[in-house]
Design a protein around this ligand. Structure first.
Ligand code: NAD
Length: 347
């Protein structure tokens, strides 16, 4: 049996805690803002250090979803769920069915999807208890859409910074060639770009080698390669006071979430005259694709078209940043806040 407790947290519309002793988990759903529509955000399963860490994560992630969904102009707000448990020691089907009950208890104000450690199969269990689950199969793997969106962000960045419409012969250094980075490399190769890659996973390097040509560098060297564009497609926090002085690129645009270690790192890039494509604007293709399953019959062509609009969004951010002489991350935040109805101070 789920036991629900409502938490009152400043700046959040609704935060609910759910305890289930029988299955063995504690979960939280946070709805940060629903001005644009029901709050969409995935269900993350993790064994956190403690409950406070889980709560901090759901608050941070749900807020991030509000900004991402707003900037992508989706009719959706921002929310997230996290489940604090040890996946190996619980009945997985029972766990996700109870998560389905938890989601259902919010009556459609929150819509869930897969995330770290939750799969399409898990979402099928959620779906047995609620209709408020987005990824049940039709839209499939979000990564091709995320990669295509990053490609569109790179096109916008090149157009703005290098005053070029085509990408041919540009050099792109990609950190991480997994689900998104590997696909991005293939898209860029079609445009005749030169690709430099670093990854810590030999299999991923090998898999990409079978598809396209690229130069390989050691993971630590990727920050220092001379290139036009650096594309972080692996980890968060990699743009920081240590790495930014090393960069020899003119543009940073990639799929990784939370690339800036701190907001000041956006200012650092700005001072170095490196154009930064705000990560949550550039990597929105996956969520745009998922949104096409909500309340409509999924249409892949429409999902691609909506993802392509990332190019326009980035150009808008760059224009405003240029006019106001501000770092692009600051402008993206202000634009998103305007779009979800918070009083923007800058834009
Ligand atoms: P992935 O796990 O498939 O790929 C990540 C790659 O990075 C792997 O090949 C891994 O070996 C490599 N890597 C890890 N540490 C590294 C290091 N120190 N140096 C070089 N390479 C390293 O993940 P993904 O789905 O491609 O996601 C990548 C990033 O994009 C993550 O931050 C993810 O949160 C974000 N993102 C992904 C999607 C999506 O649709 N998959 C959507 C939005 C954001």
């Amino acid at each position: 049996m789920n036991r629900y407790t409502t938490l009152d947290i400043d700046g959040y519309e609704e935060v609910i805690r759910c305890d289930n002793r029988k299955v063995g988990f504690t979960a939280w759903i946070a709805i940060h803002n629903s001005n644009r529509g029901p709050a969409l955000g995935g269900c993350r399963v993790w064994h956190y250090e403690n409950e406070q860490a889980a709560l901090t994560d759901v608050l941070r992630l749900s807020k991030g979803m509000t900004y991402k969904n707003a900037l992508a102009r989706l009719p959706l707000g921002g929310g997230k769920s996290v489940v604090h448990t040890e996946l190996n020691s619980v009945n997985r089907v029972a766990l996700f069915e109870e998560i389905g009950n938890f989601v259902e208890s919010l009556d459609g104000r929150y819509i869930t999807a897969e995330d770290v450690n939750s799969t399409l199969q898990d979402m099928a269990a959620v779906k047995r208890r609620t209709d408020y689950v987005a990824t049940v199969g039709a839209s499939g793997n979000p990564s091709p859409f995320t990669a295509y969106g990053v490609y569109c962000a790179i096109r916008a960045s090149v157009r703005h910074k290098l005053k070029r419409k085509r990408l041919d012969e540009l050099t792109i250094a990609i950190q991480g060639v997994g689900e998104t980075g590997g696909r991005l490399a293939q898209l860029l190769k079609r445009d005749n770009c030169r690709i430099i890659v670093a990854d810590i996973n030999e299999d991923h390097i090998h898999r990409l080698r079978e598809k396209v040509d690229f130069e390989l560098v050691e993971p630590d060297e990727i920050y220092q390669v001379s290139c036009d564009i650096f594309a972080p497609c692996a980890l968060g926090g990699i743009l920081n006071s240590r790495t930014i002085p090393l960069l020899l690129c003119r543009i940073v645009a990639g799929s990784a979430n939370n690339q800036l270690l701190t907001e000041e790192d956006g200012e650092r890039l700005h001072r170095r005259d490196i154009l930064y494509a705000p990560d949550y604007a550039a990597n929105a293709g996956g969520v745009i694709n998922i949104s096409c399953e909500i309340g409509q019959r999924y249409d892949e062509h429409k999902a691609m078209q909506l993802t392509a609009a990332i190019e326009k969004t980035l150009l808008e951010i760059y224009r405003l940043a240029g006019e106001q002489k501000l770092p692009t991350n600051v402008v993206a935040n202000a634009l998103a806040e305007d779009l979800f109805g918070l009083n923007a101070t800058v834009y």
